[in-house]
Design a protein around this ligand. Structure first.
Ligand code: GSH
Length: 252
């Protein structure tokens, strides 16, 4: 089957956060979904998403043939099923299992460090997420900003990092980064010579940790792994050739 098998009258619309913070998208999950669409070769257009308009209350979400669907993993399943593609084609069952495991590490651990770094480090919050509220009418801006900050703080605490010190968070991440670096080795992609789905997830999270827009201890830890830096730059050049990815090392 080919990517055109379903042949809907309209291309998929991918709703994302938009380019921000030195990244092609503020959200690692939006980068993942977009790169997986590119890998699948399925035509799409992008639009500004709002979490409360997505079926899961989050971005990314897509609209395909009149239906809205949320969550990057379900978006991937939908694309694979509807358009007859397998983003992990050629992988053995063990490699597919490993891909899933790596993806959990990226999404369930490292991603929360991205959230911690942006929201719970006050200088980063000021030049990062605080800006989201500039569009809110002034009378309610501070209250809303505070409410959302409290909600995110609770989420980061529930997810883990919010209970630890900066140094402890960086040490825990470093163990995962070291594992990723070892698994990647000198291969071009995590699963070998061909880009597969997990590379989209890795690009979203690694680029989010590496953007020089935010100064964090975890960012400095990623900079210690030359193969992870080269890998992120390689994926960025392949999937976002027009995006000026600031070389992470230059800003170290
Ligand atoms: N499991 C979801 C996670 C998506 C997610 O966490 N999106 C964040 C932005 S990075 C969001 O929309 N947060 C708003 C909220 O949770 O209220 C996926 O894979 O798409």
């Amino acid at each position: 089957m080919t990517a055109t098998q379903s042949n809907p009258s309209q291309p998929i619309t991918l709703y994302t956060g938009g380019a921000l913070f030195g990244l092609p998208d503020a959200s690692p999950f939006c980068i993942k979904a977009e790169v997986q669409l590119k890998m699948a070769g399925v035509p799409y257009v992008k639009a500004q998403g709002m979490p409360d308009q997505g079926p899961k209350g989050q971005i990314p979400y897509i609209e395909d043939d009149g239906t809205r669907l949320g969550d990057s993993t379900f978006i991937r399943s939908h694309i694979e099923k509807t358009y007859g593609v397998d983003l992990d084609a050629g992988l053995t069952p063990q490699q597919r299992a490993l891909s899933w495991t790596i993806e959990r590490l990226l999404e369930n651990q490292l991603y929360w460090t991205v959230v911690y770094s942006r929201w719970l480090i006050p200088e980063n919050f000021a030049k990062g997420p605080a800006q989201f509220f500039e569009r809110v009418p002034e009378a309610m801006r501070d209250t809303l900003r505070q409410q959302v900050l409290e909600r995110v703080t609770n989420n980061v605490r529930a997810a883990g990092p919010g209970r630890h010190s900066d140094a402890e968070i960086a040490d825990l991440c470093d163990r995962s980064l070291s594992a990723l670096s070892l698994l990647l080795g000198d291969q071009p992609y995590l699963m070998g010579n061909k880009a597969t789905a997990v590379d989209a997830t890795a690009l979203g999270v690694l680029a989010s940790l590496l953007t020089p827009h935010f100064d964090t201890e975890v960012r400095r830890r990623v900079l210690k792994y030359p193969n992870l830096l080269a890998y992120t730059a390689r994926l960025m050049a392949q999937f976002y050739p027009d995006f000026a990815w600031a070389p992470a090392v230059a800003a170290a």
